[in-house]
Design a protein around this ligand. Structure first.
Ligand SMILES: [Zn+2]
Length: 89
């Protein structure tokens, strides 16, 4: 049994964790879910894993590609790429 990490009050980008959800999923293995308030005002239920891995950072109003946790660096890379393109023109 994995130790329960209390995420209440934690902030994950757009989501603030309000508290533990009663929803334990439909599978045989119960999952820990959390009620989260999105910045846009919507309340959604998110699994611990999704929050901690950075997979879910909003109710869906802010899209994030799976695996791209460091958006700022990605943006910098893109900017450098853009600059390089212009230089070679
Ligand atoms: Zn939202």
């Amino acid at each position: 049994m994995p130790k329960l990490i209390d995420l209440t009050g934690r902030q994950f980008e757009y989501l603030s964790v309000i508290g533990r959800s009663k929803d334990k999923g439909n599978g045989r293995k119960p999952v820990t879910k959390w009620d989260c308030l999105c910045r846009c005002g919507k309340i959604i239920t998110v699994k611990s894993d999704s929050l901690l891995s950075g997979h879910t950072v909003s109710c869906g109003c802010r899209k994030i590609k799976h695996g791209y946790a460091n958006k700022e660096r990605l943006y910098q890379t893109w900017k450098k790429h853009e600059a390089a393109l212009h230089e070679s023109e």
